[in-house]
Ligand binder design. Structure first.
Ligand SMILES: NC(=O)c1ccc[n+]([C@@H]2O[C@H](COP(=O)([O-])OP(=O)(O)OC[C@H]3O[C@@H](n4cnc5c(N)ncnc54)[C@H](OP(=O)(O)O)[C@@H]3O)[C@@H](O)[C@H]2O)c1
Length: 329
């Protein structure tokens, strides 16, 4: 079968290699999935460049955690799935941090043998490409909104940027009845976000003190939920514009340390700082129910053919995208 690998010790796109491996055989409790689509996350850029939290990959590894496909064979003892089921893989297979794409082999391959517990059925209204956007970005967005301080209709959500996680936060927050403020470095992307239902957009390049804009837009009250996808450079701003009793979810790792990272602004507002590492199967099941009932269609910016995997990674790195970047397999 055809695969891509991230070569052992990879520190750049040169480490992405097209190759062949034997088609796997499903073991007990496993099914064989003919992968049809995979999506890219910021994490995958970090893995290829050797900058992921675990350091460079220690063996040639099939990249990408987020994939969807069709069950073509079942191993002994499998009860929940059958040949022909359309499935999407969970980010972690077993206990965190045992995630697909690092340290486990990922989904950028024609066939993957995965345990039935690490797969969910795809709602009927979704394509393989759409389902492949959910395991990391969708589950992270769902975890940020619906766990910890649970989102209630009428509350204000602030989400940073217009990448994969942020646009899913916007879509999920709107079906939950929230007011959404979104930031971007591009006005055109803010216009697209408004068309998707965003109530307010702030250009964070034009307004480096965007937290003041958030306070203006909320009559000084601040946001109930801040989905901080920037990291240590944006957290000091998030601390200033989260509201009383609100929650800042620390998720992103895209920025360098900047400003005062002291959590005291949270203390005086009784606000919470919650770290998020994607989410487990139970989060994904909750997300899938919401997606199915609301017939939610994740936003796919662009789909690349398998042979243009390197171009897909380069495109994600260029940050031109709005929503998700997908590879058809
Ligand atoms: N902790 C976890 O479990 C977890 C899970 C998923 C993702 N993440 C992290 O969340 C972040 C986003 O992931 P992703 O996959 O959605 O990335 P992505 O699709 O590559 O999105 C990147 C976008 O982030 C925006 N951005 C960049 N710098 C920014 C800044 N200083 N302030 C505000 N926005 C900024 C840009 O949006 P504009 O072009 O609109 O400016 C950029 O296009 C990454 O750091 C990723 O590692 C963490």
């Amino acid at each position: 079968m055809k695969i891509f690998t991230v070569a052992k010790g990879s520190s750049g796109f040169d480490g992405l290699k097209r190759g062949e491996r034997d088609k796997p055989t499903p073991g007990a409790g496993q099914v064989l999935v003919r992968m049809r689509a995979a999506s890219l996350n910021f994490r995958d850029l970090a893995i290829v460049s050797g900058k992921y939290m675990r350091g460079p990959v220690t063996h040639d590894t099939i990249p990408l955690s987020d994939g969807a496909g069709e069950v073509v064979a079942v191993g002994a003892g499998v009860r929940s799935l059958k040949v022909g089921d359309r499935v999407v893989a969970t980010f972690t297979q077993g206990r965190p941090p045992e995630a697909l794409g690092s340290p486990l082999d990922g989904v950028l391959c024609e066939f993957a043998a995965l345990h039935e517990d690490g797969l969910l059925k795809i709602p009927a209204h979704m394509s393989f490409e759409e389902a492949a956007t959910l395991p990391c970005a969708g589950v992270t967005a769902w975890n940020a909104l619906m766990h910890g301080k649970t989102l209630r209709a009428g509350e204000t959500v602030l989400t940073l940027g217009t990448g994969g996680v942020s646009i899913l936060v916007l879509q999920l927050a709107k079906i939950a009845g929230a007011r959404v403020i979104i930031t971007s470095s591009h006005d055109e992307k803010l216009d697209r976000a408004r068309k998707l239902g965003a109530d307010h957009g702030i250009n964070y390049k034009q307004h480096p003190d965007w937290e003041k804009k958030v306070l203006e837009l909320t009559d000084g009250l601040g946001a109930d939920h801040v989905v901080d996808l920037g990291g240590v450079g944006t957290l000091p701003h998030s601390y200033q514009c989260v509201g009383f009793g609100g929650e800042v979810c620390v998720i992103g790792v895209m920025t360098r340390p900047e400003g005062d990272l002291s959590p005291y602004p949270l203390m005086i507002k009784g606000a919470t700082l919650r770290g998020i590492f994607v989410g487990g199967r139970e989060h994904f099941e909750g997300l899938m129910r919401a997606v199915a009932v609301n017939k939610l269609k994740p936003v796919i910016d662009r789909t690349f053919p398998f042979d243009q995997t390197v171009e897909a990674f380069q495109y994600l790195k260029s940050a031109q995208h709005f929503g998700k970047v997908v590879i058809a397999i």
